[in-house]
Design a protein around this ligand. Structure first.
Ligand code: ATP
Length: 135
């Protein structure tokens, strides 16, 4: 089965939405492989978001993602990457459909509750970054 890295970002943890995110992915049929509440260092955050290094929002994004604990999850299932991104909805929560995590719980592009890997290559890279022991 395929694996993906899911983050309940600091806004989701602070708002008490970890349980609802996990309930939705488990209800879909995805299975938890690893889970840890942790506060990211700037170094891990910058590595995780390296593809956005040149974007104007990069500094703000790193500041946000390191500001408080997040819940890091490894999730497994058939087409887990695409399945979780469908549950999450569009990056901009105002454009995300009702019934999606972002569509139901968020309004801001940065504080959009969850992250999910976007390809098999990024899933492998992100899982190795967050949970090297799973390698
Ligand atoms: P993620 O990678 O977190 O699952 P995504 O793939 O839907 O999100 P990306 O375009 O990769 O979206 O952006 C990564 C994250 O950067 C977004 O989830 C959001 O938190 C933040 N972000 C993206 N665009 C903006 C923006 N214009 N302003 C502020 N933050 C942004």
């Amino acid at each position: 089965a395929e694996r993906t890295l899911v983050l309940v970002k600091p806004d989701g943890v602070a708002r008490g939405l970890v349980g609802q995110v996990i309930a939705r992915l488990e209800a879909k049929g995805l299975r938890l492989v690893a889970a840890e509440l942790r506060t990211l260092t700037a170094e891990v955050a910058e590595t995780h978001y390296a593809e956005h290094r040149e974007r104007p929002f990069f500094g703000s994004l790193v500041e946000f993602i390191t500001s408080a604990p997040l819940m890091a999850l490894v999730v497994e299932g058939p087409r887990a990457i695409e399945a979780f991104r469908a549950l999450a909805g569009a990056t901009d929560p105002v454009k995300a459909g009702p019934g999606t995590i972002r569509g139901d719980f968020a309004l801001e592009v940065q504080a959009n509750i969850v992250h999910g890997s976007d390809s098999p290559e990024s899933a492998a890279r992100e899982i190795a970054l967050f949970f090297p022991q799973l390698g």
